[in-house]
Design a protein around this ligand. Structure first.
Ligand code: ADP
Length: 403
């Protein structure tokens, strides 16, 4: 069963065509700079080299048409007829408190996604645009929404409430939601499959370390705490996001730097994190290279980054009353032995000890990287959010009667 997975940003459309039953990716790519004079498509069809092309895509609907045309009429057509696509799975960042699991999209769901606009002003409007464009282009197949927040809807109130006047939660639903849920879900499920860690009685900490980064404390298969909050700005140090800061800093920035609120927003979301600290780059590879060449600001940025992850490990070991396994995932988590080693160093008294050779070998693959005498297992597991979206869309489409 072929499922088209769509993930829309404000000026981008990422897609993958996945055979959800066989778990095989048939094609994928991204259209960037939608709405600009010239957009760029990067496309990969299985078995072929990646291709880059420029095109004109004035809006998400045009980008969607381009994707379908490419799947049907590209140099190596992936499908013979658009009817071969049985369902479309959409990544939606914020489900609020009402959308707690993947759902078939209907007018009520569209309304609920719009209701969550003020909770995710950067993401949900773009996600909705993608849904509208895809529904217009593929009106006869079921469309399913899969939410980044859904996996964390099991957080107990003591973990999701902020110590603010409670009326703010009641009135505006201001609380911790958490994100990257699909990734935390996927890597924890893979861990239960490939290790002796038992879903029904285990304490697991998952670390999704990509451009955006978050951690989750997972007790017996359920997320009970996570580092992102009302928005994806909270928690760990990220490529360009600050993660946790003292909220009073916002007042200081307004007063001392004379910034407007939207400038503060941009500073915390786009100019902070690794980029802000290093003054050089948001990409961990670049920061690592410069640090190795002796740049002290890059070195310090890495130290702050790793210290924050380590501090959250301690936090979640307390929350879980111990830990059976830690999983590293996403770009940095999957590919950087150096960062994993720095995070896990000095945690021997908590039962965490890496096997240096295994850690060095584990690049982009599923592997146990802890030493034999480590009481906590440590794993690298490449994440696959699109696969989760495809499988959820397939299941929901099947129960809705699609073939
Ligand atoms: P996104 O959150 O955008 O999906 P990714 O999961 O692809 O991002 O992660 C991107 C991050 O992973 C970047 O900071 C990149 O530098 C980092 N990364 C990728 N490969 C490596 C590597 N070999 N060593 C260190 N960092 C890496």
């Amino acid at each position: 069963m072929l499922v088209l997975v769509i993930n829309c940003g404000s000026s981008s459309l990422k897609f993958q065509l996945i055979d959800a039953k066989r778990r095989v990716r048939r094609a994928g790519g991204v259209i960037e700079r939608i709405g600009a004079v010239s957009s760029i498509a990067t496309i990969e069809v299985s078995g072929e080299k990646k291709q880059r092309r420029s095109l004109t895509a004035g809006d998400h609907a045009e980008a969607m048409k381009y994707v379908l045309d490419l799947l049907l009429n590209g140099s190596n057509p992936v499908i013979g007829d658009v009817n071969e696509i049985s369902a479309v799975g959409h990544r939606v960042v914020h489900g609020g408190e009402t959308l707690t699991e993947s759902v078939l999209i209907d007018s009520n769901v569209l309304e609920a996604i719009s209701d969550a606009f003020d909770l995710a002003p950067l993401h949900n409007p773009a996600n909705l645009k993608g849904i509208e464009a895809a529904r217009r282009a593929l009106p006869d197949v079921p469309h399913v929404a899969v939410f980044d927040t859904a996996f964390h809807q099991t957080l107990p109130p003591h973990a999701y409430l902020y110590a603010l006047p409670i009326r703010l939660y009641r009135r505006h639903k201001i609380r911790r939601y958490g994100f990257h849920g699909t990734s935390h879900y996927y890597v924890s499920r893979r861990l239960y499959q490939i290790s002796n860690v038992d879903k029904t009685s285990s304490r697991v900490i998952t670390c999704h370390l990509g451009n955006g980064a978050s951690m989750a404390a997972i007790l017996n298969g359920r997320s009970i705490d996570t580092s992102m909050g009302l928005t994806p700005l909270a928690g760990l140090v990220m490529g360009t996001r600050s993660g946790d800061i003292d909220p009073s800093i916002v007042f200081d920035l307004v007063e001392k730097e004379e910034l407007s609120l939207s400038e503060v927003h941009a500073l915390l979301n786009r100019h902070s994190g690794l980029l802000g600290l290093s003054g050089y780059a948001s990409d961990m590879r670049d920061v690592l290279t410069e640090a190795a060449a002796g740049d002290m600001r890059c070195r310090e940025a890495i130290d702050v980054y790793c210290y924050r992850v380590k501090a959250y490990l301690g936090y979640y070991i307390a929350v879980l009353n111990g830990c059976d396994a830690i999983v590293f995932a996403a770009g940095i988590g999957e590919h950087s032995p150096e960062i994993r080693a720095q995070i896990c160093s000095g945690l021997e008294n908590l039962g965490i000890r890496l096997d240096d050779a295994a850690n060095r070998e584990a690049i982009g693959k599923e592997m146990r990287i802890s030493a034999r005498d480590s009481t906590v297992q440590v794993w690298t597991i490449p994440t696959d959010e699109e696969l989760v979206i495809a499988i959820d869309a397939m299941k929901i489409a099947q129960s809705a009667g699609a073939s």
